[in-house]
Structures are given as structure tokens and as C-alpha cells.
Design a binder for this molecule. Structure first.
Ligand SMILES: C[S@@+](CC[C@H](N)C(=O)[O-])C[C@H]1O[C@@H](n2cnc3c(N)ncnc32)[C@H](O)[C@@H]1O
Length: 393
């Protein structure tokens, strides 16, 4: 399947031995500017004159209908005949089906603890070796395809179609190996979460799109400043088999301790364990770790929240994109079993798991700041500034 007309054209042209550079030359010859090519690459073709599009399609042996089908769309006017002929279409496609071979290969484990094993490999090599319905919780933080440098030598600059088609492969495996009632969380920028959610909607049950407030966001011309990461939360089946609800302190000003929201007459009746966690998370901060910059380390607090909400002790957790190993480090400390995979260098993960003191310290702090109505710091500030506190404070 393709996700841009440009990618579909490149595919069609390749059948006739044309390379992308040749296609660009043809497009230029037909009158497309580089800005027009940008429109084709970004699915903004409604801005291109229809006649020009028709000329291009004819040049590459395509039609509007063929393009729609290549993008996975059945135009409304063909829907009825498509549905009426579904058996023939299915037969035709099944004839072509290539046997999906399950890899029998056993990959070598790079590092092992009593609770988990880490593979130094491509996740698309390891995931097919895992049995169906095995894993209680999956957390995935893939590369965002933002032309970043990773320690694994792979390109982080794929076309939209390449990136989504690659993602669909590991998503399919995640869906297969997840236990009934198990949870899948995916962390990415909204641009990709939109595609992921659309794809997963036909396979898993959508629970939440959690917005994780970005602390360092930069303005972009002609656009609202992107200032959240998406954290998709899906379950296999309508209900999660595990959802260990926890609470958070009220959000307060770090200078004066005053609460941001007005709880009005309800403040004296509030649960002393804090407030329910909503789907906008303001309290997750980026990890400042110059040395591990290449690994895009996420915070222990984020993984603690996901793991403790959506799994129990001894459950099996999988993260196909290890990075610096935050998921595995937190899984160890929370007594979960885990499977880890990392394509790049695994030294950072191994060292982290061998010396867990820093993560233990971080986790201790995270625990102090949950299931309480106010943090110790905000209690001090509130006392000083005469703000209300629950009776026992
Ligand atoms: C965004 S980072 C994950 C960071 C991680 N969540 C943490 O807290 O440290 C993505 C990682 O996935 C790895 N990666 C990319 N493609 C992969 C693949 N096909 N299989 C396994 N790992 C891959 C990259 O090398 C990178 O370390």
C-alpha cells in the first residue's frame, strides 16, 4: 500500500526500469515545479490542476482509479461493485499470496537477567519468533523518521510509504503476540500516530490518545507549535485485563504552590490520594543525558506509569525498540519479565541493567510523587503562602 501519490508513481515507474531521478526529470518536463513535486509527496494534490495530474498519470500508465486503489481507497462510486465482487477479488489476491514463512531461526541472546532477555537484532527478525498471545504489555517508541542520527546506522529518512509500511509490519507482529486483554502503547509524534491509530482501529480496541506535553517545543512557520507527543493506548479486546489505577498530585505552581485549577467548594472533599490521571500528561520531562543523546532515552516516570498501570508483577513486557533500555530497567525494578530488542549498540542497556542504582533512585522519587494530593515540595510552599491543605497536613 502507498501513502502518497508520489510513492505510487515511483513504484509504477520502477516497473519500467525508471529510477526516482528519471521520474523527477519527466515530472519537470511535464511542467511541474519542485514545489508541485512537494505537493505530490505530501498528498496535497488537490492544489494541482486536474489536467496536469491527468497528463502525469497517463505518462506513467496510471488512472485516478488505479491511484486510489494503490492508496487503499475504494472511491464511493465503485464501492457497490467492489463489495458485490469481493469473492472474485479475494480469490484473485489469494492466488498471488506468497506463503508467509515463520522464521525457525533462534536468534542469539545478547544479554540476560533472571527476568529478561535482550536481543541485539532487528525487531522484524525477533518478533516473528515469539508465539501468539504471549505478551501482557507492549511499549514501542520507534524512531520518528525525522532524519535523526541513530547508533544503528539505519536511515531515519524514509518516504511516508516506506515508514508506514515498515511500521505496519512490526505493528502486525505486536498485535499477534499480545495476550487477549493485553495493552499496546505506542509513543510517536502526532503525524505518525494518526496513521498508526487508523491502522490499529481495525485490529485492536482504541482506549486513549494521550498527549504528553513537550517541554522544548519550537515555533514552526505557518503552523501551531507542535507541543505534544502522542501516546496511543490500545487493548486486545474491549477491556484491558489489567488497569491498576493510580492517582497524581494536584498540579500546582512551582513558585507559590497555588493550584492551577479551581476546585471550588470540592477542594475539601478531595481524595487525599490525589486526582485521577487524565489523557494529557504535563508531568513527564525529557531526560537530560548528553552522553546517551543518541539513544533518545525516555523518562523512568513515563515507563513506571505505563508499566504499573497496565501490568502486574511477573507479567511479560516487550519493547521492540530498546534505545537506552528504560523499559527494561523499569520492568526489572517493578518485578516484571521482559523481552528487549535493539538494533544498535546494546552496551548502554547492559551497563544500565548491571548498575541499577540511578534508576532505583529515580523510581523512588517517582513513587513519592504519586498517590498523594500534594507533593512534599508543594505542601511546604502552600503552608508558607497560606493555601488550603487536607486536614492531616
Ligand atoms: C527512540 S529510540 C528508543 C528509546 C527508548 N524508548 C529509551 O527510553 O531509551 C528507538 C531505538 O530503536 C532502535 N531501532 C530502530 N530500528 C530498529 C529495529 N528495526 N529493530 C530494533 N531496534 C530498532 C534504534 O536504534 C533506537 O535505539
Amino acid at each position: 500500500m502507498f501513502y502518497t501519490i508520489y510513492d505510487a508513481i515511483i513504484f509504477e515507474a520502477a516497473k519500467n526500469g525508471m529510477k526516482e531521478e528519471d521520474v523527477k526529470k519527466v515530472l519537470k518536463k511535464k511542467g511541474l515545479t519542485s514545489k508541485d513535486v512537494g505537493l505530490l509527496k505530501n498528498n496535497c494534490t488537490t492544489l494541482l490542476p486536474e489536467e496536469l495530474l491527468s497528463i502525469i498519470f497517463i505518462e506513467f500508465g496510471l488512472t485516478k482509479l488505479k491511484i486510489d486503489l494503490m492508496l487503499g481507497n475504494i472511491p464511493k462510486e465503485y464501492e457497490k461493485s467492489y463489495l458485490n465482487n469481493i469473492s472474485e477479488i479475494a480469490n484473485l489476491l489469494e492466488k498471488e499470496k506468497t506463503e508467509k514463512r515463520k522464521s525457525k531461526k533462534k536468534s542469539k541472546i545478547e544479554f540476560k537477567t533472571d527476568r529478561g532477555k535482550l536481543y541485539h537484532a532487528d525487531c522484524l527478525e525477533i518478533l516473528p519468533q515469539i508465539q501468539d498471545n504471549m505478551v501482557d504489555l507492549i511499549f514501542a517508541d520507534p524512531p520518528f523518521n525525522l532524519k535523526k542520527e541513530y547508533a544503528n546506522g539505519r536511515s531515519d529518512d524514509l518516504t511516508i510509504s516506506e515508514y508506514i509500511n515498515w511500521s505496519k509490519k512490526w505493528l502486525d507482529e505486536c498485535v499477534r503476540i499480545l495476550k487477549p486483554g493485553g495493552s499496546l502503547y505506542i509513543y510517536n509524534i502526532p503525524k505518525w500516530c494518526v496513521y498508526y491509530a487508523t491502522y490499529l482501529n481495525s485490529k485492536l480496541f482504541f482506549q486513549n490518545w494521550i498527549a504528553i506535553d513537550m517541554k522544548n517545543s519550537f515555533p514552526i512557520k505557518d503552523k501551531y507549535t507542535p507541543s505534544h507527543y502522542g501516546l496511543l493506548y490500545f487493548t486486545k479486546g474491549v477491556k484491558a485485563k489489567t488497569f491498576n489505577k493510580q492517582r497524581l498530585p494536584i498540579q500546582t505552581c512551582r513558585h507559590c504552590g497555588g493550584e492551577y485549577k479551581d476546585y471550588g467548594g470540592y477542594k475539601y472533599k478531595m481524595n487525599v490520594l490525589g486526582v485521577n490521571i487524565a489523557d494529557v500528561w504535563y508531568d513527564i520531562f525529557p531526560v537530560r543525558n548528553g552522553k546517551n543523546r543518541l539513544y533518545n532515552e525516555l523518562s523512568v516516570k513515563l515507563l513506571d506509569r505505563i508499566i504499573s498501570f497496565s501490568s502486574n508483577e511477573e507479567d511479560l513486557i516487550l519493547d521492540p525498540f530498546g534505545g537506552s533500555g528504560t523499559t527494561y530497567a523499569v520492568a526489572e525494578l517493578l518485578n516484571r519479565k521482559w523481552i528487549g530488542i535493539e538494533l544498535g549498540d546494546c552496551k548502554v542497556i547492559k551497563n544500565r541493567l548491571l548498575s541499577p542504582e540511578k534508576d532505583k533512585e529515580l523510581l523512588k522519587k517517582v513513587n513519592e510523587e504519586k498517590n498523594v494530593l500534594f507533593t512534599k515540595k508543594s505542601i511546604k510552599l502552600r503552608k508558607k503562602n497560606g493555601y488550603w491543605l487536607p486536614k492531616e497536613e
